[in-house]
Design a protein around this ligand. Structure first.
Ligand code: BES
Ligand code: MN
Ligand code: ZN
Length: 514
């Protein structure tokens, strides 16, 4: 993740800016000349008349100002956004802008631009749904930063390395509301940076990202930002009776850790608890997974990455509401000390569980984290994000995060936050019928409920550890990687849920969720 990229906002005339690439947007207008800045109207008009360009999403005009031109940039790009003037739904329209930002990053990579200047579309070209310049500028900026992501840390040979390190500077040129635009771009920097860092953590392989790395990262973040940090080590968890995370950790030689980041302002009236599955490699344990595709299970910590990285934005933005993130972190390995199928364990809150399948391990580590976190921080609500079930991919594909909750108001808030982020969620039901599926003959519950409704029975398991606290469970197994193809999401981990959580905190209203 590039930390040294400079992002600025300016009100000076775009033509005067010396840059590798100057970008204008053109908004599709159904059969009519696309709406764009007067500076590029002649080119757009000509291209439109030739039927080369109509402003459709990702359509491009790239030209090179000749010597003597009043434009100082080396190249000029006019990029189609699609019909964002028609979209009535804020989330959809914002995501079109975010995708346009992603396309900008792609063009920058193809011409190896070191810097770019981006002329923000004016409100008259956008639909009322996104005429808020903070949101529209923010979405574009997020799209560029998220689209400029690359992970080449382990490419040593210069032959294998691409010779483009990504953008060094992004300058946003705005004609209206510079102060509000600046705010939008500051927020976009925070959220996009957080999501890119979550992608970095996920890209790290199982041998380079363990529970110790989660702890070290959190400790450093706390030192840098003033967040509170603590980490429950294996010994403490043994004394505390956290039988779930310890059971999963039995086959591993890296001790499990429960990593905590706290943002608890003194005048807070409410606290949001975020819990993320930090399973740094999921082999399945004794119920071992097939070897084909097993390498992808290094991504099984994406929920943990999302909550931890969201805390960075929280630390910078200092909301009124308190926010705490907990990452139960371990890998899931077979070995002579590993748990056996059939073993019975006791969770932190005393609930006993029969481990039918050691590969249903995520719920075991989340259970202790949820029970302990709720007891310790007494939050207004709790949200968890976890790559929990393959079943969610069967149900929703890679397009929606699965959502299970015991609270309608919280569902509304999560849906809104997800839509604003371009990370939609879809709620699934939970009731007694599903809870029945995980009844055990020998313990309080068992850790699998059979094939039917695998995502819901996993949530039913977790529901035993949240009590009456408003709770939302996000199953991100389908969206944490291989997410819906979008210009700002590269192949590999998406960083999903990070920006949803940041939006949720930003838009939190006291008293809404009870
Ligand atoms: N981490 C996996 C879930 C997963 C599967 C994520 C595929 C992404 C892609 C989880 O720990 C798991 O193994 N779940 C099992 C549960 C089953 C044994 C009840 C699954 O979904 O198969
Ligand atoms: Mn598993
Ligand atoms: Zn797993």
């Amino acid at each position: 993740m590039k930390k040294d990229r400079i992002t600025t906002t300016t009100t000076k005339a775009a033509e005067t800016i010396k840059t590798d690439l100057l970008v204008y947007f053109a908004v599709e207008a159904k059969g009519k000349m696309p709406a764009c800045d007067v500076a590029v109207e002649p080119q757009v008009k000509k291209a439109f008349e030739l039927k080369d360009f109509s402003g459709k999403a990702a359509e491009q005009i790239l030209f090179y100002p000749p010597p003597g031109s009043n434009i100082s940039a080396l190249r000029v790009l006019v990029l189609g956004t699609g019909p964002v003037n028609k979209e009535k739904e804020t989330g959809t329209a914002l995501d079109m802008l975010r995708e346009a930002g992603g396309e900008v990053a792609k063009v920058c990579a193809s011409v190896k631009a070191k810097d770019v200047a981006v002329c923000l579309p004016t409100s008259k070209h956008l639909s009322p749904a996104i005429s808020d310049p903070e949101l529209s500028a923010g979405a574009l900026a997020e799209g560029i930063i998220l689209g400029d992501y690359r992970f080449e840390k382990y490419k040593e040979s210069t032959k294998k390395k691409t010779d483009y390190p990504g953008l060094g500077a992004i300058e946003f040129v705005c004609k209206e509301d510079p102060d509000i635009v600046c705010q939008g771009i500051e927020k976009a920097k925070n959220s996009a940076f957080a999501a890119c860092t979550a992608r970095d953590m996920a890209n790290e392989p199982g041998n380079h990202w363990t529970s110790a790395d989660f702890a070290a990262y959190a400790k450093q973040l706390a030192a840098d930002t003033g967040l509170g940090y603590r980490c429950l080590e294996k010994k403490e968890m043994e004394q505390m009776g956290m039988g779930g995370i310890l059971a999963v950790n039995q086959g591993s030689y890296v001790p499990a850790r429960m990593v905590v980041l706290e943002y608890l302002p003194e005048n807070r009236t409410e606290t949001i608890l975020l819990v993320g599955k930090g399973l740094t490699f999921d082999s399945g344990g004794i119920s071992i997974k097939p070897s084909e595709g097993m390498q992808e299970m290094k991504y099984d910590m994406c929920g943990g990455a999302a909550v931890m990285c969201a805390m960075h934005a929280v630390a910078l933005e200092k909301p009124d509401v308190g926010v705490v993130a907990i990452v139960p972190a371990t890998d899931n390995m077979p070995g002579s000390r590993a748990i056996h199928p059939g073993d019975i364990i006791t969770h932190y809150n005393g609930v006993t569980s029969e481990v039918i399948n050691t590969d249903a391990e995520g719920r075991l580590i989340l259970a202790d984290a949820l029970a302990w976190g709720i007891e310790t921080f007494k939050p207004t609500c709790v949200l968890d994000a976890a790559t929990l079930t393959g079943a969610v991919i069967i149900g929703l594909g890679h397009h929606y995060t699965g959502l299970v909750s015991n609270n309608d108001a919280l569902v509304k808030a999560v849906e809104a936050a997800g839509n604003l982020a371009g990370e939609p969620v879809w709620r699934l039901p939970l009731n007694k019928n599903y809870e029945k599926q995980i009844e055990s003959k020998v313990a309080d519950i068992k850790n699998t409920g059979g094939k039917p409704a695998g995502t819901i029975t996993a949530a039913a398991y977790l529901s035993n550890f949240v009590g009456k606290t408003p709770w939302a469970h996000l199953d991100i197994a389908g969206t944490a990687w291989d997410f819906t193809k979008k210009a700002y999401i590269p192949k590999g981990p998406s960083g999903t849920a990070t920006r949803t959580f940041i939006n949720l905190v930003r838009n939190w209203k006291t008293g809404k969720v009870k």
